[in-house]
Design a protein around this ligand. Structure first.
Ligand code: MN
Length: 438
């Protein structure tokens, strides 16, 4: 089975110059999806595809009948105000639209003029959530994150015995998922200061990030019908960046016995662009287990998953304080890592989630869990980077951080590069902390 096709070819170039620019996140090999409209307008939100510094308006593509056959029907479905209908159509439909777009955008395409009329500059658009998200499940697939966090609570026994057998997850809340750029107030909650006789209620003092990837589900499965691992990736529409903001002091007091609740559901930010698995094909890597670790149970194992079930997606977290912003300084990189270090693959998440017959629906979202890498500078949360708040991060302007302060802005970035492949990117996932409401 080959996963690469003509749309992944690194030699493709576009008639749109910005798509060929060195370092762009959106070359012709990427073609991620979002929901957008012109900024400040009351236009209907509709589907768009990124190319260079432009957004292809899929509603305009459909209205002008640029494509024939399946691609035309798919562009029509992608013209809606959410991508749920597109997601429900499945991989052959997504692929047909991608191929038609790729051909129309290539150097020398006879469709250049018609396609150029469907472009909107990216700088002039607002984004909405890409889908109506029915359910959101957050996993915990980095063993390095699980170990780092476990050490803070159980130094002698950091990793719980189920971790190497089950892709651990919990059901999160969909209503507070927001698209990049939406800021939020520092949350209030119940806090139990160390040594206090009783809890208080007030603003969180240990506000943190979690560097994650979001995974959007495609057509889904009927209730009662598990998705075998051989079919699991066909259920995945694509990936985005996800910041699972976390209030560690609220979490520490509330999380037992049922797990995360109000420490997590005040805001979860995702990037507007969803990169499809087809675009990510060149950056697949083998899924391996460290020597001596148990192999996955048969229902979570397949030759394809072992050979190519993981993805080398490079990830970075940037922190810009209010003081840096006022001085015109860019954010400081506090972590870089790769998704390749995850202990469980996307296919294993889908298959495990449905092993009991739980139904996934188009537009459902998974979080990968905090994607910490093997060394501490690759940790995707401040609680790890600062060892529980004990070792502050020194910022280049002399400021320090343990947890987030008001005015801090966090930006997640993701990109892929591999020998013999183009470089593609995820854009950005940004959010700023506003002061707590009084
Ligand atoms: Mn999380």
């Amino acid at each position: 089975m080959t996963l690469l096709n003509e749309t992944n070819s690194p030699t493709l170039t576009s008639w749109l110059a910005s798509a060929n620019a060195q370092g762009t996140d959106f070359p012709i090999q990427n073609l991620p999806f979002a929901i957008f409209r012109r900024a400040g307008s009351d236009e209907a939100f509709r589907g768009g595809v990124a190319i260079g510094d432009q957004v292809i308006d899929l509603a305009a593509v459909a209205q002008r009948s640029l494509f024939d056959g399946e691609a035309a029907a798919v562009a029509q479905a992608a013209s809606a105000s959410t991508l749920n209908a597109l997601m429900a159509m499945g991989p052959s439909a997504w692929s047909a639209l991608r191929l038609a777009l790729s051909r129309a955008l290539r150097d020398g395409s006879p469709q250049q003029q018609a396609m150029a009329a469907c472009l909107v500059p990216m700088l002039d658009v607002d984004y909405a959530l890409p889908a109506q998200i029915g359910d959101y499940t957050d996993f915990y697939t980095s063993i390095h994150h699980a170990t780092n966090i476990g050490k803070l609570f159980r130094p002698d026994n950091p990793l719980l015995p189920n971790y190497q057998w089950i892709p651990i997850g919990y059901h999160g809340r969909a209503s507070s998922i927001v698209v990049s750029g939406q800021d939020f107030h520092r949350p209030h909650g119940q806090l139990m200061p160390p040594g206090a006789a009783q809890p208080t209620v007030g603003p969180s003092k240990r506000l943190d990030i979690e560097l994650e990837l979001g995974i959007f589900i495609g057509s889904g499965n009927a209730l009662g019908e598990p998705v075998p691992i051989a079919e699991a990736e066909q259920q995945v529409f694509g990936l985005c960046l996800l910041n699972d903001w976390s209030a560690r002091d609220i979490q520490g007091w509330e999380y037992q016995p049922l797990g995360p609740f109000l420490a997590k559901n005040f805001a979860t930010s995702i990037s507007p662009w969803i990169v499809t698995l087809e675009a990510l094909a060149p950056y697949r890597v083998a899924f391996t287990r460290p020597e001596g670790d148990p192999q996955p149970l048969p229902y979570l194992d397949s030759a394809h998953n072992r050979q190519a079930g993981a993805f080398d997606i490079r990830l970075a977290v940037e922190l810009q304080t209010a003081m840096m912003r006022e001085a015109g300084q860019t954010g400081h990189m506090i972590c870089t890592t790769s998704y390749r270090h995850a202990y469980w693959t996307i296919a294993q998440m889908v298959t495990h989630h449905t092993v009991n017959g739980c139904n996934l629906q188009p537009g459902d979202l998974f979080g990968s869990g905090t994607l910490s890498g093997p060394s501490l500078d690759q940790a995707g949360a401040l609680i790890e980077l600062t060892q529980g708040g004990k070792q502050p991060i020194a910022l280049p302007n002399g400021e320090q951080r343990t947890f987030l302060e008001d005015g801090d802005r966090v930006t997640l970035r993701g990109w892929c590069e591999a020998p013999g492949a183009a470089r593609i990117g995820f854009g950005a996932c940004t959010g700023s902390i506003l002061p707590a409401r009084r």
